[in-house]
Ligand binder design. Structure first.
Ligand SMILES: Cc1cc2nc3c(=O)[nH]c(=O)nc-3n(C[C@H](O)[C@H](O)[C@H](O)COP(=O)(O)OP(=O)(O)OC[C@H]3O[C@@H](n4cnc5c(N)ncnc54)[C@H](O)[C@@H]3O)c2cc1C
Length: 394
């Protein structure tokens, strides 16, 4: 069984790792460099605090991989389990938090509902008067996405996986399907042919793991994927106050602002605040940080906890892409025979990559080894209306 993975971000690499581990022959085609897409621009957050069971389960199945990554892959990913703190300003949000925690604990996550005063034990400068409730999970944390890419790619090379960087897939056709553009006329075959500038690649199955480019890659195969590239920013700041190095990644859900400690006394702040959220061209978007946005993000962080006063210095920052679906859940599905999609993670694909790899290996190989049932993430949910609702989006 030969599987071609389109995209060498963390998702594509995790898929390649799971497939190679189960004995498949794997080729990875990456248009640029490994991790050079959204993966290298992520905040590195890993959390079990989602509002749908499938997202919680993808996290619970992935966390053990991140925990033992240094031992298993020989690369330190700076995994820090300092938790995630979600903050609610309104009773409506607090009620949703209580529902979420009931579901999360039922699934096996150690989440808890806290009063603002209890939350301040994790974040001493929390502006408790602004909030009505919080949730915390000690299973949550952060890791370095660049190191994760390094670990996966080292392991893949050692396993003999064919990794081709600077090799965009420019067309995809079912071998034997005379109706497809560019199709190859071999009626008995049932695989796929990918075109690249270096020549064609034939495979039994293709995995679309092209992040924010996935709708484009899907269209090469004649498949419509509702995955929108949306720009998101991060600022690295030197906070005015002493944000503890072990402070949780904190999300003020009602404003969308989030922050977490970074190295050497700096912090990362993020969030999307504008009502306007246009699709962008993934090959031509502004990869730099807007200073006005960074000032707003810092002020909003300071509204939540008094670390980010006027003396806070904005050091640098960047913008990357979320691959957003209409219901903020990934598509994990064999959308036509032999074409598997693993994309549309809507801002949480780094953390879900390990479990996604196992789910994709199941889809490609017709196995049932993954402990997570991903059938709710099929493409046809957008037609059937059986979409999901992820409320914990930042
Ligand atoms: C600011 C920001 C913060 C984030 N924070 C978090 C976080 O805290 N936690 C979390 O879990 N997630 C976070 N994310 C989301 C996370 O980055 C993504 O969900 C994840 O990296 C997706 O990985 P991927 O491999 O699917 O996509 P990518 O890393 O984008 O990889 C896709 C690859 O496909 C390649 N490609 C495109 N077209 C082709 C083609 N035709 N042929 C070959 N290759 C192609 C691209 O070059 C790219 O390298 C964040 C994202 C952003 C932008």
């Amino acid at each position: 069984m030969h599987v071609l993975i389109v995209g060498g971000g963390v998702v594509g690499l995790a898929c390649a790792h799971a497939l190679a581990g189960r004995g498949a022959e794997v080729t990875v085609c990456e248009a640029g460099t490994l991790g050079g897409g959204s993966t290298g621009r992520a905040a590195g957050g890993i959390r079990t605090q989602f509002s749908t069971r499938v997202n919680v389960e993808l996290s619970l199945a992935s966390v053990p991989v991140w925990e033992s990554f240094a031992d298993d892959f020989g690369v330190d990913i700076d995994y820090r389990r300092s938790g995630y703190l979600f903050l609610a300003r309104t009773e409506e949000t607090a009620a949703a938090f209580r529902e979420n925690v009931a579901m999360q604990t039922d699934a096996g996550a150690p989440s808890r509902v806290l009063s603002p005063e209890e939350a301040a034990e994790y974040l001493p400068e929390l502006r408790t008067e602004s909030f009505v409730a919080a949730t915390f999970s000690a299973a949550d944390g952060v890791a370095d996405p660049h190191s994760a890419v390094q670990g996966y790619s080292d392991a893949l090379r050692a396993a003999g996986v064919d990794i081709r960087t600077k090799t965009p897939v420019t067309d995809l056709a079912r071998v034997g399907d005379g109706d497809s553009a560019g199709a190859v006329d071999t009626p008995d075959a049932d695989g796929w042919r990918a075109e690249t500038p270096a020549g064609p690649i034939d495979a039994d199955a293709v995995v679309v793991a092209a992040g924010a480019w996935s709708a484009r890659v899907g269209s090469l195969a004649g498949v419509d994927l509702p995955i929108a590239p949306r720009r998101r920013q991060i600022a690295v700041v030197e906070p005015e106050g002493d944000l503890p190095a072990d402070a949780p990644l904190t999300i003020d859900l009602d404003t969308g602002a989030y922050f977490r400690p970074e190295r050497e006394g700096t912090a990362i702040v993020g969030g999307h605040f504008s009502g306007s959220d246009p699709d962008v061209d993934p090959d031509r978007f502004d990869e730099s940080m807007d200073v006005e946005w960074a000032v707003e993000a810092t002020e909003r962080a300071d509204d939540a906890a008094a670390y980010f006063g006027p003396e806070t210095r904005i050091r640098n920052g960047w913008a990357g892409l979320y691959a957003v679906t209409p219901d903020h859940h990934a598509i994990l599905d064999e959308v036509v025979p032999g074409l598997v999609v693993a994309a549309g993670f809507s801002g949480h694909g780094f953390q879900h990559a390990p479990a996604t790899g196992e789910a994709v290996a199941d889809l490609c190989l017709g196995e049932h080894a993954c402990e997570v049932d991903v059938s709710a993430l099929s493409l046809d949910r957008f037609e059937s209306g059986e979409t999901l609702r992820e409320r914990n989006v930042a």
